[in-house]
Design a protein around this ligand. Structure first.
Ligand code: ZN
Length: 150
């Protein structure tokens, strides 16, 4: 079994200590809440999308370092992106965590690559994807989502 210390890389710890984009955006066009009951993580995501571009995105949440760091890095990366590019990034992130022997596109993933080690601890994958479930749900107009549903 891998040690938890392998999983909690410096990048994850730093984002957990100093989360980026915490709060709720002004005049959100999309909002969603994700629960991860297996760990007790919650993410409340709000976005303001204009002309197909994510103008602003923020999150509030509680839970483990992995869940909060994943949300923090996600908001940092998708802010200013087109919705289409954010969805491409999400697909790559999910493949990194869910597909056996997948070689992720490190250039595209940026700091998200720090979460690659989570793959080794199966139960923690849900922590890492909670924010992304919230993103998916928000963009498709759903108010809530659970990691148990996907
Ligand atoms: Zn968690």
């Amino acid at each position: 079994m891998p040690e938890l210390s392998d999983i909690y890389s410096e990048v994850i710890l730093e984002h957990n200590r100093h989360p980026r984009n915490r709060g709720r955006v002004e005049s959100p066009t999309h909002e969603s809440h994700c629960d991860n009951p297996t760990c007790g993580d919650t993410i409340d995501l709000s976005l303001r999308v204009k002309d197909g571009r994510i103008e602003d995105v923020k999150f509030l949440g509680e839970g483990c370092a992995i869940s909060q760091a994943s949300a923090s890095i996600m908001t940092q990366m998708i802010k200013g992106m087109s919705v289409e590019d954010a969805e491409t990034l999400e697909a790559e992130f999910r493949r990194m965590l869910l597909e056996e022997n997948y070689q992720p596109d490190a250039a595209m993933l940026g700091d998200l690559i720090a979460l690659q080690g989570v793959k080794k601890l199966h139960a923690r994958v849900k922590c890492a994807v909670c924010a992304w479930h919230a993103l998916d749900a928000a963009l498709s107009g759903a108010a809530t989502v659970s990691t148990e549903e996907k």
